[in-house]
Write a protein that binds this ligand. Structure first.
Ligand SMILES: [Zn+2]
Length: 153
């Protein structure tokens, strides 16, 4: 079976994570930004955390927004960028949407589900698997979170 996936590191990968970092700053609650990019590196949908509901993680909002925008729920040619390692819910959503790749910044050793605590994108014995690139611009992404929590204390 031929899988059509985005090219490893689209030309705009660095900028796309930069955009996710900008989005993180708009969050309500923990600063996390996410966006879904298309096969040409174009932004399909972007989002940031909304603490009004645990369902409203940046990644989940971006996927839902992309589904509405594209009118489909198969994102194998797309990359999900997130500033923080996706949680179990968001990584699971990534599988349901058949996301081609997840690129995330900061590792989350307490609740990360893309290699830290669990590895949901790659653990399922059957079905879809997502290519994962972790720690991309990770120091910058970690700093957003540590700065925010330092401010709260
Ligand atoms: Zn999540």
């Amino acid at each position: 079976m031929d899988l059509i996936r985005p090219y490893m590191f689209e030309k705009r990968t660095f900028e796309l994570m930069g955009r996710a970092i900008d989005l993180a700053g708009k969050s309500r609650g923990a600063p996390v930004g996410a966006l879904l990019s298309g096969p040409g590196g174009e932004v399909v949908c972007e989002a940031f955390n909304d603490k009004s509901s645990p369902f409203l993680h940046a990644e989940a909002i971006a996927l839902r927004g992309a589904e509405k925008k594209l009118g489909k729920s198969d994102f194998r040619e797309c990359t999900l960028f997130c500033t923080l390692e996706p949680c179990a819910m968001c990584a699971g959503a990534g599988l349901l949407f058949k996301v081609g790749r997840i690129v995330f910044g900061a590792w989350d050793p307490l609740a990360g589900a893309c290699g830290s605590v669990w590895d949901i994108p790659r653990d399922a014995p059957g079905g879809w698997k997502i290519e994962v690139v972790g720690g991309f611009r990770g120091e910058e992404c970690s700093k957003i979170l540590s700065d925010a929590f330092a401010g709260i204390r």
